[in-house]
Design a binder for this molecule. Structure first.
Ligand SMILES: Nc1ncnc2c1ncn2[C@@H]1O[C@H](COP(=O)(O)OP(=O)(O)OP(=O)(O)O)[C@@H](O)[C@H]1O
Ligand SMILES: [Mg+2]
Length: 348
């Protein structure tokens, strides 16, 4: 799944919007070449399943045209229920033996047959002292992956890599953050899923997608105020621009409690089952990180420092080509797409 190519474009097919980014790398570092976002009509992608193919394809081809994208080679990513990520410990063995045993290993964790998934694996650098090896296996439902791939092909693009949101986030972090010591949690709060990747000394030790995101909040506003999706989205997105209107105060607080509570539960699960090491920082991204008070609340209930991600920390952006206000406005949502756009040949 992770075969790379030179000069690739990142395309994040989110449930709320499509994001596209092109980043040039040279000896002097990374430079942003192109970036943009196009909002999808409501319910075009439901729970990460493409339900309105024409709407997504139409929005994508408009975005590609509007941004003047020339390069056809793209890297996309998937997330949510259709992806299973598993770290297994196996006795040390040869490459061939490993290739043979992976499907057998996978069989234990899959609700479906191995034939129904695409999978890839990677031996992790740390070798356990007793002659064991840790292997990271990633499996994705074939039908879902094929839907994404064929959608992208249908607008004339060439999908070279199918990545996974949590690993794209990790890639974004590696490029932008130099101090990688200790245990940190990358948390990306989207529209239908929230992705979590916990790294120890820069290496992923735990990943999880939780199926709560901003759509839930929008649905509550629609019900409470008896309005349609677009109007509810608008009310929600203007919450950060001043006092929270009285009539939205309660559901705003309920939503903040719900999403931060779910993240905390996942981090607690990690701490009690995977590692005694204290998580020293949460790096938060995703459109839903813009809900007012979310950073403060997450910090309060977890007692962990929360910092908003800056996916452009180490990427040069020309002030004349890109409006700095636009960049700072979209930057919380661009974590995954920047990680995708940074994929290169030979990456895994
Ligand atoms: N200013 C804002 N205030 C509150 N919520 C916001 C704001 N801007 C965006 N959002 C919410 O963020 C969500 C979109 O985030 P994002 O773009 O990260 O999701 P996505 O990648 O499209 O979806 P997913 O990854 O879940 O499929 C939407 O629910 C949107 O309403
Ligand atoms: Mg997303």
């Amino acid at each position: 799944m992770f075969f790379g190519n030179k000069g690739i474009i990142g395309l994040d097919i989110g449930s709320a919007s499509l994001k596209l980014a092109e980043i040039k790398s040279s000896r002097s570092g990374y430079q942003l070449k192109n970036i943009g976002e196009a909002v999808l009509p409501p319910d075009s992608i439901v729970k990460k399943v493409i339900t309105n193919r024409d709407a997504v394809a139409g929005t994508l081809s408009n975005l590609v045209r509007d941004l003047g994208v020339k390069n056809k080679n793209v890297v996309i990513s998937i997330s949510g229920h259709s992806v299973i990520i598993k770290k297994v410990t196996l006795p040390s063995m040869s490459k061939n033996e490993l290739a043979e045993s992976i499907p057998w290993e996978l069989e234990q964790y899959l609700p479906q047959s191995v034939e129904d998934v695409n999978f890839d694996y990677q031996v992790l650098p740390e070798v356990s002292p007793e002659g064991n090896m840790d292997v990271l296996i990633v499996a994705a439902k074939k039908d879902i992956t094929n839907d994404y791939v064929s959608l992208v092909r249908s607008v004339g693009l060439n999908p070279m890599i199918v990545d996974v949101d949590v690993f794209a986030l990790e890639n974004m972090y590696e490029v932008n953050y130099t101090d990688m010591g200790g245990v940190i949690a990358l948390v990306n709060m989207g529209a239908s899923v929230s992705n979590i990747n916990i790294l120890k000394d820069g290496v992923s030790i735990f990943t999880r997608d939780i199926t709560t995101g901003g759509n839930q909040f929008t649905e509550w506003i629609m019900k409470e105020q008896n309005v349609g999706f677009e109007e509810a989205e608008q009310s929600k997105q203007s919450l950060g621009h001043g006092e929270i209107p009285f009539e939205l105060e309660r559901i705003t607080n309920d939503y903040i409690d719900l999403i931060t509570g779910e993240v905390k539960r996942t981090l607690d699960f990690f701490s009690s089952n995977f590692s005694q090491d204290r998580i020293s920082k949460i790096i938060l991204s995703g459109g839903s990180s813009k809900v007012p008070n979310i950073v403060e609340t997450l910090q309060d209930i977890t007692d962990i420092d929360v910092e908003l991600a800056n996916p452009f920390n180490n990427i040069a952006i020309s002030d004349t080509e890109f409006d700095p206000n636009y960049i700072s406005d979209i930057s919380p949502k661009m974590g995954v797409v920047v990680g995708l756009a940074l994929r290169r040949i030979g990456d895994n």
